[in-house]
Design a protein around this ligand. Structure first.
Ligand SMILES: Nc1nc2c(c(=O)[nH]1)N[C@H]1C(S)=C(S)[C@@H](COP(=O)(O)O)O[C@H]1N2
Ligand SMILES: [Mo]
Length: 161
């Protein structure tokens, strides 16, 4: 076999790995860990959320309600968020190392009218590369700091002192 052919055969699995589609992982204290691709998110329930960015303009994001993702993973939602489970938190980890936390009650429609979403579009377009492919959008906050972009992992953590 020619050395060049042999080399390309050897490295092709690694090229395939490098080309893999971006995914969002939901892990930690869940019944079922999930790895969601952009296509998976398109098939789930959808919602919109509008936030004002630092340029002072409103931007309407669309994506999947965070609660729907948590429910799909078997994390406590709705009536399951009770005295026994209200210490459950969501840690968000981003590709640039940024991390922020919410308590699950902040993300649940039985506690708040602010519907947080995993956004994959803004004003009808895919998120720009330096902000995508997925961004956590939390409407109704005075600061944008918890609307984390470049999402990689949502980790459900039950905290107790
Ligand atoms: N992944 C990631 N998301 C992030 C940040 C970050 O550094 N990394 N910064 C946060 C902060 S502090 C703000 S104010 C908003 C808006 O960031 P911008 O000022 O770059 O528009 O994004 C939030 N999301
Ligand atoms: Mo910020």
């Amino acid at each position: 076999m020619k050395p060049l052919l042999l080399l390309s055969l050897l490295i092709s699995p690694f090229c395939l790995l490098a080309q893999q589609q971006p995914v969002l992982k939901i892990k930690g204290s869940v019944k079922t860990e999930l790895t969601l691709s952009a296509a998976d998110l398109q098939r789930m329930p959808r919602a919109t959320a509008t936030i004002k960015e630092h340029d002072g303009k409103d931007y309407t994001f669309s994506g999947v309600p965070v609660q729907a993702v948590l429910e799909a993973a078997g994390a406590p939602v709705g009536k399951q968020l009770n005295k026994a489970t209200l210490n459950t938190c969501l840690l968000i980890r981003c590709a640039d190392g940024y991390q922020v936390a919410y308590s699950l009650a902040e993300l649940d429609s039985s506690f708040t009218n602010n519907v947080a979403i995993i956004a994959d579009q803004v004003n009808g377009q895919p998120l720009p590369g330096n902000r995508g492919p997925f961004r956590f959008i939390m409407p109704g906050e005075k600061k944008l700091a918890r609307s984390a972009f470049k999402l990689e992992e949502l980790i459900v953590v039950s905290i107790k002192e």
